[in-house]
Write a protein that binds this ligand. Structure first.
Ligand code: MTE
Length: 319
């Protein structure tokens, strides 16, 4: 079920995430009840192991839009995360007991630095930035989300891929104990995604660890997920446990499931329709019942930063 905020609430009153968290998350988990206060003493990312905890040391990053932000409630209750069910309300309902700690991320393939890292060690070398991005789902709805994360380009450079690395592949945790959806063959698990090295080293993509200044909720991909604002939302793989530098193009989940409908590139493109619906317009979640649809922008409005990546590519064929 989609929880909508009434259209007549002014934006100044929709930052209800604190109340929402108090009500739903803090009470539920008992988090913060006796929790230690985390202060930032050193440079580098620090994500407290507490549900919904405020993230310390976040600085405003570049590329943020000033468009009205989608409410915390909409961002965290209207989700796609098939590991927790296929309906939009399922991830919120089914991911509350998911454990995003302890968490390890393995870095593999053609890179100078590889290995298996605790989440905390993995993110420590980087700085946390807030970036407010327009997000466009392939299903023709959109949101504006204030992410907190580390630039993927910094992560890629840190692990120093070799000249053989042409792609970066990502995988989600595949745990039937915690993820009821992977007991069904809706997709070929684990969820997989990938980018070219040029895309992964573009300054826009983030590995996100927070929303609205707080640790990212389970249903949005805790503890760490990909955000690529010029591509359809399915590229934004959640709950990442593996990053591989590969010489060949990796298999990606939706492309494997329906190759005629979902491509590897998945760049937002209002001129190339999905075989079953138009991509020309989109419904902004939370904009109110009578707001109508808005025009979808080429590359979701990020063309000045990314169009050069595709100048020699036929975008109709490489959708
Ligand atoms: N990642 C995993 N592991 N499993 C999924 O089903 N769904 C994708 C993407 N990442 C998905 C995933 C899709 S289709 C979308 S639109 C976005 O997550 C939605 O992200 P959000 O729920 O945080 O808005």
């Amino acid at each position: 079920m989609l929880i909508k905020k009434p259209a007549d609430i002014p934006p100044s009153e929709i930052t209800s995430e604190t109340n929402f968290l108090n009500r739903r998350d803090f009470l539920r988990s008992g988090a913060l009840a006796g929790g230690a206060l985390v202060t930032t003493t050193a440079a580098g990312a620090l994500v407290p192991d507490q549900r919904g905890a405020q993230l310390p040391g976040v600085t405003p990053g570049p590329f943020s839009t000033s468009e009205t932000q989608t409410s915390y409630e909409d961002i965290t209750t209207y989700n796609n995360y098939y590991e927790f069910g296929t309906n939009k309300a399922d991830p919120f309902a089914n991911a509350q007991d998911f454990k995003p700690r302890p968490w390890t991320i393995s870095v593999e393939g053609h890179a100078d630095k590889t290995g298996t890292f605790d989440f905390e060690d993995f993110i420590k070398p980087f700085d946390l930035e807030e970036r407010i991005y327009r997000m466009r789902c392939v299903e023709a709805w959109s949101m504006v989300i204030p992410w907190v994360g580390i630039p993927l380009a910094d992560v890629v450079k840190y692990f120093a891929p070799t000249s053989k690395a042409r792609f970066v592949a990502f995988e989600t945790l595949n745990d039937p104990e915690q993820m009821p959806g992977v007991r069904r063959p809706n997709l070929d698990w684990p969820y997989r995604e990938g980018l070219t090295i040029a895309e992964a080293t573009n300054p826009l993509p983030l590995l996100a660890v927070g929303i609205y200044g707080r640790a990212i909720p389970n249903q949005n991909g805790a503890p760490i997920r990909l955000v690529v604002p010029w591509k359809y939302g399915f590229k934004g793989i959640k709950g990442i446990v593996k990053i591989s530098f590969t010489s060949t193009r990796p298999q990606t989940s939706w492309n494997m499931a329906a190759p005629r409908e979902y491509g590897f590139y998945a760049n937002v493109n209002p001129q190339v329709d999905h075989p079953r619906w138009s991509q020309a317009r989109e419904r902004r979640i939370g904009s109110g019942l009578f707001a109508g649809k808005q025009e979808t922008l080429m590359f979701n409005g990020y063309g000045e930063h990314v169009a050069h990546l595709y100048k020699d590519l036929n975008l109709r064929r490489n959708f």
